[in-house]
Design a protein around this ligand. Structure first.
Ligand SMILES: [Fe+2]
Length: 277
């Protein structure tokens, strides 16, 4: 499957008012249930995050799963993600990360969608994966999809939410920042054409951030398993808890958002690890 085919189709959200979207990212599910990443059972930590979503969010319109669904490229991760999410009464839409070698698995292809929309918001999912590479890049079909989405948002007077795996901008981690989308400048040229609000949500960095660059707001979100410590020169794991992000998008373009973390369980991580990427 090529990048052109990976994300396709559009889902019409039933809610014509304010939207509640939940971002769940970097689940790193391993080939075998109960597989661990730096000592954390990633199925178990995902289940705890989903439980938290169910406790805290009663009106979710959709979940966005922003990549690194699989921790080791095994197809078995995708079925287990679908099963874990099946308790949430809302559809989920997925995009690939650098750990997702999901080209052989068509079973969940309908989850890898290009757009969601309601009368006020257009949500576009972009694939920033480069096969065999850790860092991100937006190939021509992805930039074209973004460009079409900006045109459409302008024509229809909609606000725009863009979801990617790799972040677009540096966060202050010297070892991690070079892995951001290499051609972020081309992305910015497109989003700066949008006359309405633009918010961008990304994964990959296993930490929360919130910054404004140009006219757009850029957010990143903790992983459902292991976290990376902010502002580090070299790889360093953080002992922060697994979590997720919620976003409330008003018809007028206001964005309320926050990160929630699991507090009812603890997931001790191997803090001495020198890396795994
Ligand atoms: Fe990643």
């Amino acid at each position: 499957m090529t990048a052109e085919q990976r994300l396709r189709g559009e889902y019409q959200l039933a809610n014509g008012g304010a939207l509640t979207l939940i971002q769940v990212t970097d689940t790193h599910l391993m080939a075998t249930p109960g597989g661990r990443l730096l000592n954390v059972d990633t199925d178990d930590s995902l289940a705890a995050v989903i439980e938290l979503v169910l406790q805290q969010q009663s009106d979710t319109d959709a979940l966005l799963i922003t990549g690194d669904i699989s921790g080791d490229g095994a197809d078995s991760a995708y079925g287990r993600l679908a099963q874990a999410l099946s308790v949430v009464p809302a559809p989920s839409f997925w995009l690939p990360g650098n750990h997702d070698e999901c080209r052989g698995d068509e079973t969940h292809a309908d989850r890898f969608i290009r757009c969601l929309s309601n009368p006020h918001w257009l949500v576009v999912l972009l694939d920033s994966q480069q096969s065999g590479e850790v860092g991100g890049y937006l190939a021509a079909p992805e930039l074209q999809a973004l460009s079409r989405s900006v045109d459409r948002a302008n024509q229809e007077g909609k606000h725009l939410l863009v979801a990617t795996h790799h972040p677009l901008h540096p966060l202050g981690c010297d070892w991690l920042d070079p892995q951001r989308v290499a051609n972020a400048a081309a992305f910015e040229v497109e989003v700066e054409r949008c006359r309405q609000q633009v918010v961008v949500v990304s994964g990959h960095v296993h930490q929360a951030s919130d910054q404004r660059v140009g006219s757009a707001r850029y957010l990143t979100t903790p992983s459902t398993c292991v976290q990376f410590a902010p502002n580090q020169v070299e790889f360093k794991v953080d002992d922060a808890a697994p979590g997720y992000r919620w976003l409330r998008l008003s018809p007028q373009g206001q964005v309320e958002t926050g990160v929630e973390r699991v507090t009812h369980r603890s997931f001790p991580v191997d803090l001495g690890s020198a890396g795994y990427l």
